[in-house]
Design a protein around this ligand. Structure first.
Ligand code: HEM
Ligand SMILES: *[C@@H]1O[C@H](CO)[C@@H](O)[C@H](O)[C@H]1NC(C)=O
Ligand SMILES: *[C@@H]1O[C@H](CO)[C@@H](O)[C@H](O)[C@H]1NC(C)=O
Ligand SMILES: *[C@@H]1O[C@H](CO)[C@@H](O)[C@H](O)[C@H]1NC(C)=O
Ligand SMILES: *[C@@H]1O[C@H](CO)[C@@H](O)[C@H](O)[C@H]1NC(C)=O
Length: 373
């Protein structure tokens, strides 16, 4: 028994030491944390930046930020916004960034609202980032093929399924079908088809509402493990309006996204030549139109297709503070049940930053799952 223990410790230690500095610490056992924490370089997290001083439209596909093709080892993932910012050098081109770099990039490159950027970024960091090294990976190395390694490899970054990444995406498949992060041509064909049928060839809010509903109905009918509960319940609607709010040139500003531009962002992580960011900061505008066109309740399939069942414990649009409360008390606490020492300190710092993203707009009371200090 004892020999087995020593052996498995050696095997495990060899495996964790090979983990990259952006590998998440979430979900690791105390023994795993004891092995990995001493190998990491601690970086004190800087507080999140404030809003842009001048959020007007301007050229963002500029000489200082040219699109460049991928290099071996570069990381990309399911978010076309972050992929594009990395491929234009607003984020490190290798796809590994600090939360502050991500907030600065989404504000500078796309004019994302400061509170929305803060909440999304620290939510991601707490779920899939490394709070000790202060690094987040936006996905995984682009030359790798096949499904993501199972947990606790923790190197999938934003690809990690069931945390930030979830089902019924617009242009990425459900994890159940094997690839939740690469651009999917058949899904994009449907995006174009819906834009033709409901938007006269453009993706607008009317299309967003129909396609959001269709993606959910398809997952209910084909994915026995389909899950559509908070936080995915919220992000799925947000991501339906992001192409309208962020991918339309700031001089055009008419809420109608053309298909060539959509393909560039979704497939090639690329801004059109001469692209101007939107005029003025924005976040989830239009989301309620999408929700109200086809109201749905949060829920999941229970192990077989067409078994969608309402989950009354999930936050929904009538209980916005519950999104924050569930996230902290259940998601974060579930991933880090008993943190101590510098891990607890780093989690508390990042939970304080997360709350700044909701405090300005939401008025939800802060929760302290690991005590206040
Ligand atoms: C602020 C930090 C951000 C984080 C942490 C983040 C993260 C993510 C993640 C994990 C997904 C995958 C969800 C899924 O489909 O399963 C996603 C999807 C998406 N993101 Fe982001 N994102 C951020 C900012 C942005 C910005 C600034 C834009 C637009 C410029 C954007 C546009 C989108 C879109 C359109 C999707 C949906 C893709 C699809 O359904 O095919 N995101 N994001
Ligand atoms: C979307 O485009 C269609 C077709 O032009 C139009 O009927 C609809 O009003 C548009 N919706 C929005 C919100 O712009
Ligand atoms: C941005 O909006 C402001 C008014 O809010 C307007 O004066 C300005 O011309 C707009 N810029 C562009 C590029 O459309
Ligand atoms: C969160 O958990 C704490 C205990 O850890 C509890 O006191 C508090 O009521 C919970 N809050 C919510 C909103 O669940
Ligand atoms: C949270 O928001 C309230 C009301 O807007 C404000 O008085 C308070 O200073 C904010 N706290 C932080 C830490 O930003």
């Amino acid at each position: 028994m004892r020999y087995f223990y020593i052996l498995s410790t050696i095997v495990f230690t060899a495996r964790v030491i090979a983990l990259p500095s952006y590998a998440s610490l979430s979900g690791l056992s105390e023994r795993e944390l004891d092995a990995i924490l001493p190998t990491l370089e601690v970086r004190e997290p800087a507080p999140p930046p404030g809003p842009l001083e001048d959020p007007s439209a301007k050229l963002v596909n500029d000489k200082a930020h040219p699109w460049k093709p991928l290099h071996p080892g570069d990381i990309r993932g399911p978010c076309p916004g972050l992929n594009t910012l990395a491929s234009h050098g607003y984020l490190p081109r290798n796809g590994v960034a600090t939360p502050v770099q991500i907030i600065n990039a989404v504000q500078e490159g796309f004019n994302m609202d400061n509170s929305v950027a803060i909440f999304a970024t620290y939510a991601a960091h707490l779920m899939v980032g490394n709070v000790i090294t202060d690094l987040i990976s936006i996905g995984r190395k682009t030359w790798l093929t096949g499904p993501d390694p199972p947990p606790p490899a923790n190197v999938g970054g934003l690809n990690a399924h069931g945390l930030f990444e979830g089902d019924a995406s617009l242009t990425r498949g459900d994890a159940f079908f094997g690839n939740n992060h690469d651009f999917d041509e058949a899904l994009f064909d449907q995006f174009v088809d819906f834009s033709n049928r409901f938007g006269g060839g453009f993706y607008n809010l009317t299309v967003a509402a129909e396609l959001r509903f269709k993606r959910v109905q398809d997952s209910i009918a084909t994915n026995p493990e389909f899950s559509f509960v908070s936080p995915r319940f919220f992000t799925a609607y947000g991501e339906s309006v992001f192409p309208i709010n962020f991918f339309i040139d700031g001089r055009r500003n008419d809420g109608q996204l053309d298909m060539d531009t959509a393909r560039l962002f979704f497939q090639s992580s690329r801004m059109p030549d001469d692209f101007f960011r939107p005029n003025g900061s924005r976040g989830n505008e239009g989301l309620l139109d999408v929700v109200l066109a086809h109201p749905l309740q949060p829920g999941k399939n229970v192990g077989r297709v067409n078994s969608y069942t309402h989950d009354p414990t999930s936050a929904d649009f009538t209980t916005p503070c519950l999104l924050y409360e569930n996230f902290v008390n259940q998601t974060v606490k579930g991933l880090y049940p008993n943190p101590t020492g510098r891990l607890r300190k780093a989690l508390n710092a990042n939970l304080d930053f997360l709350w700044l993203g909701i405090n300005r707009t939401g008025g939800c009371a802060q929760i302290f799952p690991y005590g206040r200090d």
